[in-house]
Design a protein around this ligand. Sequence first.
Ligand code: AGP
Length: 369
Amino acid sequence: EQIEKGGYNHFMLKEIYEQPDAILDTFRGRLLINDAVIKLAGVEDNMKKFLAADRIIVVACGTSWHAGLVSEYIFEDLARIPVEVEYASEFRYRNPVITEKDVVIAISQSGETADTLAAIKLAKSRGAFVFGVCNVVGSSIARETDAGAYTHAGPEIGVASTKAFTTQITVLTLMALRLARAKGTISSSEFRHHLIELETIPDKVKEALESDSYVQTIANIYKDATNFLYLGRGFNFPVALEGALKLKEISYIHAEGYPAAEMKHGPIALIDEQMPVVVIATKKGHYEKVVSNIQEIKSRKGKIIGIVTKGDKNVRELADHVIEVPESLECLTPLLTTIPLQLLSYHIAVMLGKNVDQPRNLAKSVTVE
Ligand code: AGP
């Protein structure tokens, strides 16, 4: 097992560090930068279905559901296709309205999640076209779906999903860009620009990983906190949910993720000097609004850990700590802001002596209801 961990203390840390290569593997043969082309066989072969779709329904659980939420922002922004993101466990029992004009995207690392599999069967029985985004080749979900695209993240052993999440977002971004081009919702120059930016992501993830030792320092300061709040907006709202889930799963610290602007509708009551608040406040998007959310947290004495764009000055003045990530297109920032959140939960769990790779009560894939 020590050999399989490749010199890392835990599979989770190894998998966090594998992300630059995993994303490159996800690109391979699909992101053809010189020709300014994206090739995804499962999408090409079914382009008519995608172009005729009234909407996309994403079904997934846990971290895969968070990747689905990120994709909602990306598909709607780039390809102008309405997207609904559903917990597979709710969808399957809700008697949902599904038609032949719906495209259902099922996202699953393992490809064995019982609820997701049941949601696929239901959608198929009602005539929808079902596309799978799976990591495990030949898994039940990969077999059950009409078509799909593998994430090619390689085996993920740690129960807490890391590289599966970022590669899922990568595949979904490629899909959104391909569909945007086919639908003409982005110009060829915008498309090319997105491809060029996407290609820089593996190196930028590497750069984001350089925050590791500073994240460790922050983990040491807050490891005994009993609650954490994670806030983000837009593309980074689902990243806040994912950051909170990672912390809960492996450190057993209660954490909640919220869209930053929802804070004043309730969670703000929780904020006092005991409450660490992780705020994703990258430039562009809703930056100014998030900065004003940070001011509200500060005036209530919350401890602020800002995830910011490299060189940021405003948040640095207000926050107790800032972790920088490289600048990127707004829609690609989840691939970068996720990294310090994974590291934060990892280091806190290690410092608390928890079983990082096999947290209590959790299984790598939930194959029963
Ligand atoms: C992620 O860290 C979790 N262990 C869990 O939420 C997981 O993402 C979920 O069970 C879905 O699994 P799947 O991607 O294999 O379908």
